[in-house]
Write a protein that binds this ligand. Structure first.
Ligand SMILES: CC(C)(COP(=O)(O)OP(=O)(O)OC[C@H]1O[C@@H](n2cnc3c(N)ncnc32)[C@H](O)[C@@H]1OP(=O)(O)O)[C@@H](O)C(=O)NCCC(=O)NCCS
Length: 179
């Protein structure tokens, strides 16, 4: 079966444990999603209301229960310190594809954690029958583009004015990886 999520997977890397996201993780994600620097290239600007983060996390947990997505929270393997979150969303079992996403707390940037976590997610996707992964970045998000290129993603195109944020339309780049 392609990507059976009836038992939610825990992934481990050299330095990180990726655990399935739960409602309680909203408290960890709130400071990250409230940070303008982290959210600079996100579809919505930083969020200053914990209830909004709780409701986003709630819909993500619901999507996991319905088998439409897999969201993980990343923690240090040795100290369990919260690092960030990553996901496979828009899972399409017929076409064997999904979209990847990732977000780390500002303190965790620049240590190779994003790459380490996403290598595990890509391997998990490949081992569970997915054959194509996509990602979408806002123009200017060099850190994310570099990470995607390190993972082997190639740029496939430009979505002009795809996002309306802070009253302005933003272009997005589409990246793809065939597994
Ligand atoms: C994009 C993002 C996840 C990148 O996280 P990251 O962990 O810093 O990314 P990487 O794993 O690629 O690490 C990159 C840096 O770690 C350094 N590094 C340190 N130790 C390392 C190690 N052991 N292994 C690999 N790289 C290491 C690299 O040299 C590189 O440094 P540089 O940025 O000075 O060149 C993070 O910046 C982020 O959360 N951004 C905001 C959210 C966002 O925009 N998400 C994506 C939306 S599409």
């Amino acid at each position: 079966m392609i990507l059976d999520l009836s038992r939610l997977p825990i992934l481990e890397t050299e330095r990180l444990r990726l655990s399935p996201q739960t409602h309680a993780d909203a408290a960890l994600l709130y400071p990250v999603m409230g940070d303008p620097e982290v959210m600079a290239y996100w579809d919505v600007s930083e969020i200053d209301d914990p209830e909004v983060v709780a409701s986003i996390v709630g819909s993500q947990v619901e999507a996991m229960e319905a088998g439409r997505a897999m969201h993980w929270v990343m923690r240090g393997l040795s100290d369990a310190v919260f690092v960030g979150a990553c996901d496979l969303s828009d899972i399409d079992r017929w076409h064997r594809r999904a979209e990847v996403g990732f977000m780390l707390g500002r303190d965790a940037w620049g240590r190779g954690y994003g790459l380490e976590a996403m290598q595990a997610v890509v391997s998990f996707a490949a081992a569970n029958g997915l054959r194509r992964l996509t990602a979408r970045t806002h123009l200017g998000n060099r850190r994310s583009e570099t990470l995607l290129e390190k993972l082997g993603f190639a740029e496939e195109g430009l979505l002009r004015g795809h996002i309306l944020r802070d009253g302005e339309r933003r272009d997005c780049r589409v990246f793809g990886l065939l597994l």
